[in-house]
Design a binder for this molecule. Structure first.
Ligand SMILES: Nc1ncnc2c1ncn2[C@@H]1O[C@H](COP(=O)(O)OP(=O)(O)OP(=O)(O)O)[C@@H](O)[C@H]1O
Ligand SMILES: [Mg+2]
Length: 342
């Protein structure tokens, strides 16, 4: 059973209209085409000499659900740190809903709620206090913050735990507490740095539903994740960053279209992988084990002819499966140092 509740209507103590009302804005708010985040030529060289960002430009439209993807050390958290004003940039410009973070930092920050990669609340504080005190940093009166905490903690499945010291929460609950804390000032732009790291599959799906409901109520969301399936499920647009540079960006569909060929695994009904590989020489075959062969299928060609060839040679194919997720495949090819050619 997932502990995560995605029911947004009950119990009765919450306002009618579900999360949209709880978030203080009308449901199904239409995107306006404004840029929630606009980044131009952003560079960052840390004092250690590490060049973490080498000229990153990025636009996220209001109402978008955007994934920033990249391998460890690519620069994702550095981008978020700069947007939040926690990391000093070396050069470039960043504006949030049109407010430049250098000239108008306080205004820009008010738009943003951030869920950092590392858990960073006080483990000795109670769940309710963590959320309410965060409201205090944004000038929200305590009484209002308490009301909002209730609206947020219910759908995140943390209401029962509100008087518990945060140290005693499970790992998945702590991640959700980070989300609750980021929402108390009703940000229009939510940034989540690997929010589902270490969260089990069922809970992750519950979190996806919750994030979708936030997006539907008008919140713009930027997410970093190592689970590419997560980006495929949730996001409309994505950018892939590698060694501090954006190497692909656009709709997830556009990025997937860069995949000109796909690796496919064929499970054979008999241990005939060597013979199969010989018959499928044009498909760049690799014998995985005596009854499994992996081939590469070029765009437009399809796997059908390969299966027919094997069948004609009395090698029945039991199962055809993609070797990995398609986005994962593009990602691996783009970031594997082969010059960026998928
Ligand atoms: N405070 C710091 N001082 C020096 N170097 C840093 C600092 N923070 C990050 N870096 C370096 O900057 C580069 C980018 O790091 P960053 O944390 O932005 O990557 P990331 O894409 O978030 O990686 P991950 O997926 O592992 O979280 C790395 O080489 C990292 O070692
Ligand atoms: Mg990071």
């Amino acid at each position: 059973m997932a502990e995560f509740s995605t029911s947004l209507e009950k119990p009765d103590s919450r306002p009618a209209g579900g999360l949209a009302a709880a978030m203080g804005r009308p449901a199904a708010q239409a995107p306006t085409g404004r840029a929630a985040l606009s980044i131009r030529n952003l560079t960052k060289t840390y004092a250690s000499g590490t060049q973490a960002l080498k000229g990153v430009s990025l636009d996220i439209a209001e109402g978008d659900f955007f994934a920033l993807l990249g391998p460890n050390g690519a620069g994702k958290t550095t981008v978020i740190g700069i947007v939040m004003g926690l990391v000093t940039k070396t050069a470039g410009t960043v504006s949030v809903f049109g407010h430049d973070i250098d000239r108008d930092h306080a205004r820009a920050r008010k738009f943003i709620g951030v869920v950092p990669q590392e858990l960073n609340f006080n483990i000795f504080e109670k769940v309710m206090d963590i959320v309410v005190n965060q409201g205090g940093y944004y000038g929200i009166p305590r009484k209002v913050a308490i009301e909002r905490a209730e609206e947020i903690l219910h759908p995140l499945g943390l209401w029962e735990k509100r008087w518990e010291v945060s140290r005693t929460l499970s790992g998945g609950m702590k991640r959700r507490l980070m989300i609750a804390r980021a929402l108390v000032h009703r940000p229009q732009f939510l940034i989540l740095d690997e929010p589902t790291a270490g969260v089990d599959v069922e809970l992750r799906r519950g979190m996806w539903d919750y994030l979708r409901s936030l997006r539907e109520s008008g919140t713009t969301i930027l997410l970093t994740t190592h689970y590419l399936e997560e980006a495929e499920q949730l996001c409309k647009h994505a950018a892939i960053i590698n060694h501090g540079e954006i190497i692909a960006s656009g709709t997830i569909k556009d990025i997937l279209a860069r995949l000109k060929s796909e690796r496919v695994t064929l499970d054979l009904a008999a241990p005939a992988a060597q013979q199969a590989a010989a018959l499928l020489a044009g498909y760049r075959p690799v014998v995985v084990d005596p009854s499994t062969v992996e081939v590469e299928v070029d765009e437009g060609r399809g796997i059908g002819p390969a299966v027919v060839t094997l069948q004609d040679n009395d090698i029945p194919v039991q199962m055809v499966r993609p070797k990995s997720g398609r986005l994962e495949e593009v990602f691996l090819r783009l970031t594997s140092g082969n010059g960026g050619a998928p």
